[in-house]
Design a protein around this ligand. Structure first.
Ligand code: CDP
Length: 227
């Protein structure tokens, strides 16, 4: 089915979530936070006592993972776990479970099936490359590691050095895994958000989207900020 999908990928704390949410709001599109799905799955694994390196155990959990995204809220088996999936413990576990191919297959299927037919803004690591390779607009948001760590430390009231260290480990796991690593998708426009305000980033994305919607369906968008 042909529908408008805006794919926003990038490393942790590059501003994806906030920017993607705002963009979806401005466009009147649905918003899908794919990372929240992996986080909810990591929480399920922790609750069931399945370790991050137990591939078989994790694969067995996939069919029973009942994860729903409802706007800002994330439900696991009907329970609101929106706060619980954002702890440092889940930060550490999530990139381990996200390496497992069976987990990725399960989450990707859920992402594709969410909001059938509706226009979407989706954010994650592999959205433009794997989940929605035909997305009308593909963006890779980036920022320097220091800037990203500062943002995350501010949000979570943690020490910036600890955040930087954990972020380095997670970036490395996400970028080096064999299955759907974090990469800039073919045709993605790179936006480095270091030093840009949220509003400036959203404006760039809105301009890219308008461009893409004006061009003929099927044609890739041509972003002036491409690099
Ligand atoms: O909020 P933050 O950017 O730190 O992370 P997130 O978007 O909530 O994603 C958490 C983790 O889920 C990432 O570090 C990846 O390991 C995994 N993930 C993934 O593998 N593929 C996606 N499409 C989204 C997230």
């Amino acid at each position: 089915m042909d529908r408008t999908v805006i794919a926003i990928d990038g490393p942790s704390a590059s501003g994806k979530s906030t920017v993607a949410r705002l963009l979806a709001e401005r466009l009147g599109y649905r918003f899908l936070d794919s990372g929240a799905m992996y986080r909810a799955f990591a929480l399920l694994a922790r609750r069931r006592g399945v370790a991050g390196d137990d591939e078989e155990g994790l694969a067995e959990l996939v069919p029973e993972a009942r994860i729903e995204l409802r706007g800002e809220r994330v439900l696991l088996d009907g329970e609101d776990v929106s706060g619980e999936i954002r702890t440092p413990e889940i930060d550490r576990l999530v990139s381990q479970v996200a390496r497992v191919p069976a987990v990725r297959r399960g989450m990707v299927a859920r992402q594709r099936a969410a909001y059938p037919g509706e226009p979407l803004v989706v954010e994650g690591r592999d959205i433009g490359s794997v989940v929605f390779p035909d997305a009308r607009v593909k963006v890779f948001l980036d920022a320097s590691p220091e800037e990203r760590a500062r943002r995350r430390a501010r949000e979570s009231h943690r020490d910036v050095r600890n955040v930087l260290e954990e972020q380095r480990e997670r970036d490395e796991r996400d970028s080096r895994r064999a299955h759907s690593p974090l990469v800039k998708a073919a045709g993605a426009v790179v936006i480095d958000t270091t030093g840009l305000t949220l509003e400036e980033v959203v404006e760039r994305l809105l301009a890219l989207t308008r461009d893409a919607l004006r061009s003929r369906p099927g044609e890739p968008s041509t972003g002036s900020s491409s690099s």
